[in-house]
Design a protein around this ligand. Sequence first.
Ligand SMILES: *Cc1c(COP(=O)(O)O)cnc(C)c1O
Length: 502
Amino acid sequence: MRVPRHIHGNGVWLPLGGQPRSIRPLLGAFLFLPEPYALRYVSTRGRAPELGFDDVLLTGLATDGGLYVPAAWPRFSAAEIAALAGLDYPALAARIMAPFVAGSVLEKDLEGLTREAYSTFTHSAVAPLTQLAANDWLVELFHGPTLAFKDYALQAVGLMFDRVLKARGSRITIVGATSGDTGSAAIEATKGRAAVDIFILHPEGRTSDVQRRQMTTVAASNVHNIAVKGTFDDCQDMVKAMFADTTFRADMNLSAVNSINWARIMAQVVYYFWAALHVGAPHRPVAFSVPTGNFGNVFAGFVATRMGLPVAKFIVGSNSNDILTRYFETGAMTMEGVQPTLSPSMDIQISSNFERLLFDSLGRDGAAVSRLMDGLKQSGAYTVNDAAYREMLKLFVGHRLDDAGTKRVIGEVYKSTGQLIDPHTAVGVHAGRVAKLDPALPRLTLATAHPAKFPAAVKAATGIHPPLPQALADLFERTERFTTLPNDLDQVKAFVRKNARR
Ligand SMILES: *Cc1c(COP(=O)(O)O)cnc(C)c1O
């Protein structure tokens, strides 16, 4: 791996062992002493302290409201990328993530960590490719414990939390709200971990049976499911209020694992390299079609291009909540209401991870990003300057698909290939097909969930009820454990205080 020049020039060489104020780096520069290299992270809004990986992992959101990104992108040469071909998934994951955890306690045994993280996956390839048509591939990202792509990041991130906290001799309490996929993936990633307690709020009676059972049947003493008598927004508001209460936050050592956490993006970069290498990169460019909500998944693909992976296009697929597709059509980001769809994990009002692309596209100008985000808060909209917008269009295009179209595409794919796909994946497949790229370009659609996770839509489209995979076949016989609480912040906080092991 070539360390970018400007990292050296910016003086982010720091000694290991957590003494960033040491004068050793200065001495090192004069005496030409080799210093261990540490990657620093900056906020997209430019007014939060620079941090190393371990602090970025534990902090999540920056203190200025921004998101953390590396101070400079690590870069692989084409020869270095070509040499990655043939590695298995855990080995590749360790190689791709290594430059990002430089200076972290995780550096020592990163491949041990990735081996353990992906050992729970039920396909020996971890992320197998299946072929739909001549140059049309699916990247199956649903072989983890909860059957959705979030496992690919969270299984690794759960271990990272545990190792960093153990090294520091501290513990954290994770609180989160979920309408489905994130909660179960976070619970599976942290169950039984000594340094972590996790509390997940879900709206009582408003998640699917599969999704709820994936959370509530996990028998681990550090896992606490709370069914709130309210909506998902009520749950979300209570989580925000807990973070806003500085005393409570400090007392409980509160932390989050939502998709703004840099570590999740980093772990997702891996499968872009993995998939592209399998269809001929870096010797030929590829295209990715990504069903997107928060822009987290597709931003990880953008990071891969910054690291040197040749990608000709990212096709961003949205359901009827199409803020991103509207943006790529117009250059204006404008908020609208959320409507429920067959692909609920993409039912979002705003794509928070887009801020990271904005930061890069605006020349890493945190003040400019801040102004746009303020505008969004005040008026529900912002417009990106013409030059930056045109530059984005070279790499990104957006396409949308409504529920009727989603069912149609699930049916068509089944008819032509015998393959069952879930509604999120269908949005991606459609976007890829209508993008009409050069047919010689290998097109990789990320299959973000197993069809059995959304059986009703698949059945409606194909007449077939997709069976749960072996590992979850007895999900409906397992015992559920959860606590029902009223939509009342004080009672929820009291429950967290009482049950967190401190
Ligand atoms: C979370 C999720 C998405 C959206 O991912 P983003 O990172 O928000 O773009 C898509 N599909 C499924 C199945 C998901 O669980």
